[in-house]
Design a protein around this ligand. Sequence first.
Ligand code: PBG
Length: 329
Amino acid sequence: MNIEDLQFKRHRRLRQSAFMRDLVRENHVHTDDLIYPLFIVEGEKIRNPIISMPGIEQISLDYLPSEVDELLSLGIKAVLLFGVPNEKDEIGSGAFHDHGIVQKAIKTIKQHAPKMLVVADTCLCEYTDHGHCGVIMNGDVANDESLEIHVKTAISQARAGADIIAPSNMMDGFVVAIRKGLDEAGFKHVPIMSYAVKYASAFYGPFRDAAESAPQFGDRKTYQMDPANRREALREAHSDLSEGADFLIVKPGMPYLDIIRDVRNEFNVPIVAYNVSGEYSMVKAAALNGWIDEKKIVMEMHTAFKRAGADLIITYFAKDIAKWLNEEK
Ligand code: PBG
C-alpha cells in the first residue's frame, strides 16, 4: 500500500503552531463573561474562610469596597450576592428587610463603585431557620405562599440598588410574580436572571457551608429538578421565558453541558452556566494535592461552558481566570 494513494483529510494542518491554533479557535473565555459570587456576613472585620471551598471566604460589609476594587482591577464587572444573616426565622424575613444584610451589601457596593453590576440572588434558604427556599406548610414548601415573600425580597433588593434580580427558589410562577412585583414597584428596567433550570444536586454541598443554608429536614427534590431529566429542562426554561425572564441559568454546570446546549439551541436570550460549589471544591482539592494542573483544568472547564453554548459563567474561579487571562495579554 502506498500512503500517497490514501484519500485522508489533513486536520493537523490547522494545529501545527500556537499562532495557527489561536487563529482557528472557536470559543474563548473572556473576563466579561464572568460573574463572581460573594457571601456577606454581619459584623465587622470578618473574613471567614470556607473550609470546603479553599480560597473562598464569607466577608463583612467593611471589606466589600476593597473586594470590589480588586475585582474591578481584574476586569470583573459583575458580582452575585448571597447574604448570611445572623438571625433566621420561619419565613426568612431577613431576606426582605430594607436593612437586611444583602440590602446593606448592595448599597455599599453601589455607593462605592456604581458601575459594578450587582446581581442579587433571590432566595430564602439562607434566611429561614429550616433552610428551605420558602415557607413550610404540611411538611413541604408551599408554593403560592412562598411567592409573596420572594416578591417582597426582590423588590427590597431592587430598592437597595440591585442591577439584576436572580431568583433561585424554583417555585412555580416565581418569574411572573417577581416581574409583576418589580414593575408595580417602579423597577420595570431591572432584568430577571432566572435560575430556570436548577437541579436538585449534590454539587451544592459546599455552598451550604458558605451560605449556611442546608435544609434542616428533607431535601429540595419537590422544587428543584431531577438530575435524570432533560426534556423537563426545556419546559422550565420555556415557562420562565414566557413569564418574562431576561437571562436563563442552568445549574450545576459541568455535569449538565448537554442541558446548556439544549437551552442554547432552543432560546435566544443570554444563557448563564453556574459552575457550582461542589465543582469548585473538587478541582481545588485535587489541585491542592498536586494531582492536576489547576489552571489548565479550570480553563478547559470554562471553555467547555462556552462551547456548550453559555454566554456567561457564574464561577468561584472568576478571579483566578481573570488573573490568568491578564497574564497572557
Ligand atoms: C439558593 C442557592 C443555592 C445555590 C445557589 N443559590 C443552594 C441550593 O439551592 O441549595 C448553590 C450554589 C453553589 O453550590 O455554588 N437556593
